[in-house]
Design a protein around this ligand. Sequence first.
Ligand code: P71
Length: 454
Amino acid sequence: MDDWFEPYKIKAVERIPVTTREERLVALDAAGWNTFLLRSEDVTFDLLTDSGTNAMSDRQWAALMIGDEAYAGSRNFYRLEETIRRIYGYRHMVPTHQGRGAEHIVSELLIAEGDVVPGNMYFTTTRLHQELAGGTFVDVIVDEAHDPTDRSPFKGNVDLEKLEKVLATERVPYVSVAATVNMAGGQPISLENLRQVRDLADRSGAKVILDATRAVENAYFVREREPGQADRSIEDILLETCSYSDGCTMSGKKDSLVNIGGWLCLNDDDLAAQAKNLCVVYEGLHTYGGLAGRDMEAMAVGIEESVDLDHIRARVLQVRELGERLIELGVPIVEPIGGHAVFVDARRVYPHLSQDAFPAQRLAAEIFLDSGTRTMERGIVSAGRDPSTGEHRRPALELVRITIPRRVYTSRQLAVVARSVAAVMARAAETGGLEMIFEPEYLRFFQARFRPLM
Ligand code: P71
């Protein structure tokens, strides 16, 4: 059978709220027109993020019951360690409460004041930890990544010339490579490109640290698009992906099909010992890292389920189906369609709005008003301010992310979402921008408040 389908049947369901437009307007006003500040009980389709919003399997729920809640040396830690070694291939693993816990530790461990960290586009928490450790992030992704209409197959690739230049002129502790690249639209990086990044890093003595948060999705794209990879297993491709790095940070809340958890891997014995020491300071003992024993067990099972080809195919192709529906309805989206989300191009939806009027923030608010669908701004608000000048950083991409949790929503529900976005777009000409009325210092997109201008 060529057709894709969900390789599971549904054993438990959760009722979702169904609301009126009037109720949604009250909720949106109370939330300062920021979808992060909405209460989930006001949300019908929660497509804010695929992070921690996955549905666990019956095997994962069963795994929770065999949690060993010992302070030290929980059996679930050893099970998780063995699973990560086998599936990701690294020598040492430090559990963390989630991805940014791992980013914090690795940044503090490897970055010194004045260092430069090149990477294939920033991610908010990753860059912040690099900056807090005294580093400066430099974007070395290929130019195509900044063009939402460019259909190249590997828009997550590193531009090797840009990387070479940074390596030649700056002090670089490590190259920060993500697979896939979230902020570019969930775009993959090829094995070929990773191999070349490894070569360049080796020549200048820099390490390579992989953000493996969605590396299983990346492996699916490699299998689908990279010459010579079509007959390989996801596991094989994943192992090769990781083999080009010295370690990884991981948010288990994505690929690994759990609601909380993460980890840090390092191959070097000394560095791993230091990372375990920092884990004790910030996360908890190095055999639980801020997680309950049961969380580690559920994550170990989730990792095994995540590399199943039937699972990952259905995951990526469900996202693609939503994207294709939107294209048919004339909604401008980032292409090719990425692995975890469809990104709507707010600049093309609202060509009359300047970036200072926060077009993507407004679009996310309008989509919520129309159908109770919660999405996320990924534009000028998310980019924050330049720490040296205090000015807004102005990303080329001004996007709204419609993110799909794994194994949670049906294709029919997503078809309703697609029609809602098209309805919002039909009213674009009458829609104004927003004014920011409250701006927090760190990661402002989470808590900023806005007022509609029209
Ligand atoms: C996503 C998230 C969660 C999030 C984070 C910040 C703002 C809004 C939403 C988290 C990632 C990620 C990548 C590539 C590291 C983290 C941090 N993504 N790398 O996309 O996508 O992991 O949330 O577990 O700390 O909604 P963490």
